[in-house]
Design a protein around this ligand. Structure first.
Ligand code: B1M
Length: 234
């Protein structure tokens, strides 16, 4: 594929061809090309969220399928992730550009044993764009790390991400600890990640399972509306 790449001038492709080319470039871990593609699409008037979902997330889905099927291996997927992060860095300030006052405060992090952070970063970016204060704890978070941050930040929402079937049960450990320490009801707990579903979210006692970053934003806004209405004087 590298020889073909040499001849391709991204700016000469139409929108559809460019998005498809970006899926290939993401697959090949070509960070500079991804950054160039993102800038071209933005220059053509694409909304940042459209670039994110149609060019980057869609490309990463293909990477995920071939990783699962043993066609791609960890080093290649790391390169793809690095390219994706290059594109996301350009989109981040644009998605966060609302200038709205804080809607609420969220502590978010990937659970213990899990180093996947792309989806979590995306949720954090979108939430920030929607006016939330975000405290991102990064990856591999213990119960204590979550609870300390919730208290320190006087947070409204706890967001947890897990991408592995082996790490998702840790979310229940965190929620159970919140219950045991009597602080569960102080926080809205939202969970997400590719292997989760609604049923799992309910089973572990989360307030909401969020399929993607857009759903996370909508869900968080709804919960914050309800919280503010409950607290409003009658
Ligand atoms: Co990993 N990996 N990986 N990996 N990896 C998966 C998850 C896997 C499904 C691949 C596969 O087999 N098809 C598989 C898990 C299988 C399973 O558990 N059933 C897997 C595996 C097995 C592994 C290793 C064990 C591989 C190995 O070492 N043999 C290893 C584990 C390391 C560890 O964590 N301890 C590993 C390592 C890696 C890399 C380091 C190479 C890299 C991570 C780089 C990084 O994140 N910085 C990587 C990647 C990139 C993937 C895939 C290909 C892509 C994940 C991703 O970024 N998706 C992934 C395959 C897949 O998921 N299709 C895979 C794009 C992202 C935008 O989507 O994260 O789902 P996602 O986030 C979405 C929603 O889920 C939701 O919103 C996001 C945006 O819309 N969401 C939330 C996510 N978190 C949320 C939190 C919320 C709300 C919504 O809070 C409120």
């Amino acid at each position: 594929m590298a020889d073909e790449e040499d001849d391709i001038i991204l700016s000469e492709l139409d929108d559809e061809a460019l998005a498809l080319q970006m899926h290939d470039d993401l697959y090949d871990g070509l960070k500079e090309e991804i950054e160039e593609g993102v800038n071209i699409l933005l220059g053509r008037g694409w909304e940042p969220y459209e670039v994110l979902t149609k060019a980057l997330v869609a490309g990463m889905t293909i990477v995920g399928i071939d990783f699962r099927d043993g066609i791609l291996f960890v080093p290649e997927v790391l390169l793809a992730a690095n390219a994706m992060k290059g594109g996301m860095a350009i989109l981040k300030p644009l998605l966060a550009e609302t200038g709205a006052p804080s809607v609420g405060t969220m502590v978010i992090g990937t659970v213990k044993g899990d180093i996947h952070d792309i989806g979590k970063n995306l949720v954090a970016m979108m939430m920030e764009g929607a006016g939330f204060d975000i405290h991102d704890l990064g990856i591999n978070n213990s119960v204590d790390a979550y609870i300390d941050a919730l208290k320190e930040q006087n947070a409204d929402i706890l967001g947890m991400s897990a991408l592995l079937t082996t790490t998702m049960p840790y979310m229940k450990v965190v929620i159970d600890t919140l219950v045991e320490t009597g602080i569960r009801d102080n926080y809205i707990v939202m969970v997400g990640g590719a292997p989760l579903n609604e049923e799992f979210g309910n089973a572990i006692g989360a307030d909401a399972y969020c399929r993607d970053a857009a759903v996370a934003v909508e869900t968080a806004k709804e919960f914050m509306d309800r919280k503010h209405n409950q607290m409003a004087p009658l």
